[in-house]
Write a protein that binds this ligand. Structure first.
Ligand code: TYD
Length: 194
């Protein structure tokens, strides 16, 4: 089973992902961007304010393709529980926002389309829901993806994804304390894997 964690920067996703290591010691924990050289290229694009948004989309997507073939598909073939901190929905939400003023007419649909051809959709996605102002303040707004106005667009895209597939998503209120968020995610996960 493939479970993904999604949310804005500063939603506490990575803290939750760390905490889950104790409750699911046998699961395969992974994340996007990965630590491969593709992931390193992605990190360069994240830090570069001049990076072309369409080129950045393809770097993230290349990293995803490598992540799938090297980590996710082999683990699923072995019947492992895979828990990924960010996955395809991050592209649908973030890069669709980066490309909202581009030559693409429907960026979110376009990005989903690229993935449909080769990706493995998550079985379930836990969405840590936080408002863009809290997200930007918590993340320190150190790069272009962490500004409140941009995160507002990203959040609207996540809402569109949830509307399209409500059965795949579990929404958790991430404005609560970290302990309460971890509890809520653990309860959600117990139900999903039972
Ligand atoms: P991440 O490493 O999850 O950041 P953090 O741990 O600081 O939350 O992701 C780095 C940034 O990349 C984050 O701002 C979200 C963005 N991102 C995308 O824009 N598209 C993607 O497909 C992914 C995986 C991340």
């Amino acid at each position: 089973m493939l479970v993904t964690l999604e949310g804005l920067d500063g939603s506490g996703k990575s803290t939750v992902w760390e905490a889950l290591h104790d409750s699911y010691p046998d699961a395969v924990f992974t994340h996007e961007p990965t630590e491969s050289w593709y992931g390193e290229a992605v990190n360069r694009a994240i830090e570069d304010d001049e990076a072309d948004p369409l080129a950045t989309l393809f770097l993230f997507t290349a990293d995803h393709a490598d992540h799938l073939s090297r980590v996710v598909r082999p683990a699923l073939a072995d019947d492992e529980l895979v828990i990924s901190d960010r996955y395809s929905d991050s592209r649908f939400a973030y890069q669709a926002a980066s490309l909202s003023d581009s030559e693409l007419t429907r960026p979110l649909e376009y990005i989903r389309g690229i993935h449909t051809a080769f990706s493995r959709p998550p079985d379930a996605t836990i969405y840590l829901d936080v408002d863009p102002e809290t997200a930007a303040a918590r993340s320190g707004a150190t790069n272009k993806f962490e500004q409140a106005s941009y995160l507002a667009e990203v959040r609207a895209n996540y809402e569109r994804l949830i509307d399209a597939e409500p059965e795949r998503f579990v929404r958790v209120d991430a404005t609560q304390s970290p302990e309460a968020v971890i509890d809520a995610v653990e309860t959600a996960l117990e139900r999903l894997v039972e």
